[in-house]
Design a protein around this ligand. Structure first.
Ligand SMILES: [Zn+2]
Length: 171
């Protein structure tokens, strides 16, 4: 399976809302598998299709911390049905914002509906890291990055650090 190339902020794909998938076919299943492999290769716990330049509502997640027993979740057209009023704050990072981490406050629990890789409707209710990860990835599908949840000052500090890194890498 080929690895897909990651889009790094401020790539315009990351700020563009993605379109729903009409049919879960063989091409979509292959794309989900390639996304999972790309996520594992880069040590991520979630990846949305627009992070590899594809504007479709597809997400892969695996929050298990044991590489020997992966627990991949593949989400097609995920939608949030309910979130808790209670919020919690977790330090988040993102494969499209490399090496930058910040505390983001989000609802502590989330309940979502999605299509699985066979096109069957499923629901997940999660809390903790899973809830944060699901909301982070659905944000991607809507063109939002975790740094968009931060204050303008913190966000611009991170973007400035990233620009320096890009320059450094180009040397
Ligand atoms: Zn991300």
């Amino acid at each position: 399976m080929p690895l897909l190339s990651l889009r790094i902020a401020p790539d315009p794909c990351l700020s563009t809302p993605s379109r729903p998938v009409d049919e879960v076919d063989q091409d979509i299943r292959k794309l989900l598998d390639d996304m999972l492999e790309t996520m594992y290769e880069n040590n991520g716990c979630g990846l949305a299709a627009n992070q590899v330049g594809i504007l479709k509502r597809l997400v892969v997640i695996d929050i298990s911390d044991n590489p020997a027993s992966p627990k991949p979740i593949k989400l097609v057209n995920p939608e949030i049905l309910w979130v808790s009023e209670e919020e919690t704050s977790i330090s988040e990072g993102c494969l499209s914002v490399p090496d930058q981490y910040a505390e983001v406050s989000r609802p502590a629990e989330a309940h979502i509906r999605y299509l699985d890789e066979n096109g069957c409707s499923q629901e997940i209710k999660g809390d903790g890291l899973l809830a944060a990860c699901i909301q982070h990835e659905i944000d991607h599908l809507n063109g939002t990055l975790f740094i968009d949840h931060l204050s303008a000052l913190k966000r611009s500090l991170i973007l400035r650090k990233m620009q320096k890194q890009l320059k450094y890498r180009a040397l």
